[in-house]
Write a protein that binds this ligand. Structure first.
Ligand SMILES: N[C@@H](CCC(=O)N[C@@H](CS)C(=O)NCC(=O)O)C(=O)O
Length: 330
């Protein structure tokens, strides 16, 4: 497939049920930014990513040209930068940047995702799938056994109720959208995704609608809005693994900037052979490559694809990731 058929040179690697991936899908659809997608399996192995030389195991990933971005926090930050308000209608509000950042911290870094995952009904069919449970135990480093899930379920629900209290307080003044905007905004994407994911599966007796009326109304308002946008958007270009790999390997670098901040406390140099991995989940899967760029909020490695030994670059945020000098070749 030629590069013209890949809108904006963007490929989103994800699967439909990923609540993290929804952050990116909604963002792109709400802004009307066309992109291509390459659907991945729900569990490892993921041969397309392995062929690209990528060990990072989390979903989603997003490539722009020959650069592959890990983690929704960095993906959204780079999309904001690469597609400013002058190119597509904005979703982020200039005077809401602080609130947006705090809401993202709340849902991504404050443990809401793991509590939401533990709030999934223990009797869901996927929770009886041994392959899935083993895969997610590798991902989190904790037990996903049926017995442990049943034991942890009530406490997780209590934590999610606490999170609902916070949302209800944010919506208390009658605002329609969480950032106080007239229309849906990036603040809503940051706040809504874990609750949108589990909302309909939460037990009604622990979550009566009249206890958090504004939160439930906001959740259904959001659902309706994205459903309408998805229904009216052009169909997303779907690529198979080979088309996605070939495109990335032959594309140009989207990010031309390189260089390592010499004052960075971790004291690494451009060109160092380093290892990179996330520290909160998926931490058993490390990438190795040469350091291309290191800033306050981003680390970039040049890695080799498995087939053809071509160089591509992978980008990760600093927060929640570790980058250290590699001891030896992997
Ligand atoms: N902080 C990461 C977390 C991503 C994450 O945990 N994604 C989940 C899917 S929703 C995942 O990777 N699960 C394990 C897997 O699919 O291999 C981000 O913002 O992208």
């Amino acid at each position: 497939m030629s590069s013209q058929e890949i809108p904006n040179d963007i490929i989103l690697f994800h699967y439909t049920f990923s609540p993290f991936a929804k952050r990116i899908v909604w963002y792109l659809k709400l802004r009307g930014i066309p992109y291509a997608e390459c659907i991945q399996p729900l569990t490892l192995p993921r041969p397309d990513l392995a062929e690209l030389g990528i060990n990072y195991r989390r979903i989603p990933l997003l490539s722009i040209g020959r650069d592959v971005y890990y983690d929704t926090r960095l993906i959204l930050a780079r999309l904001e930068q690469s597609f400013p308000a002058s190119s597509y209608p904005p979703l982020s509000m200039p005077n809401n940047k602080g609130l947006e950042a705090l809401l993202e911290k709340f849902t991504v870094d404050a443990g809401i995702f793991s509590k939401a995952a533990q709030s999934l009904p223990p009797d869901l069919p996927v929770m009886k799938d041994e392959k899935f449970l083993k895969d997610r135990a590798d991902f989190t480093g904790t037990s996903w056994s049926q017995a442990d899930r049943v034991k942890g379920y009530p406490e997780a629900l209590a934590h999610i109720r606490h999170a609902f209290d916070i949302l209800e307080a944010l919506l208390a003044d009658g605002r329609q959208w969480i950032g106080g905007t007239d229309k849906v905004s990036l603040a809503d994407i940051h706040a809504v995704w874990p609750f949108n994911w589990i909302g309909d599966m939460l037990p009604k007796q622990a979550f009566p609608k009249d206890q958090h009326p504004k939160t439930w109304a906001w959740l259904s308002r959001f659902k309706k809005t994205v459903k309408e946008v998805e229904a009216s958007s052009k169909k997303t270009v779907s690529l198979d693994g080979q088309a996605a790999i070939q495109h990335i390997m032959s594309a140009s670098y989207h990010d031309q900037q390189t260089g390592v901040d010499s004052n960075d406390p971790v004291k690494l140099n451009e060109g160092d052979l380093v290892q990179l991995w996330p520290t909160d989940s998926g931490f058993r899967h490390k990438d190795q490559g040469h350091l291309v760029k290191l800033t306050n909020d981003e680390v970039v490695l040049a890695i080799q694809t498995k087939t053809g030994g071509k160089e591509i670059r992978v980008h990760a945020p600093r927060w929640g990731f570790r980058v250290v000098k590699a001891k030896a070749q992997l």
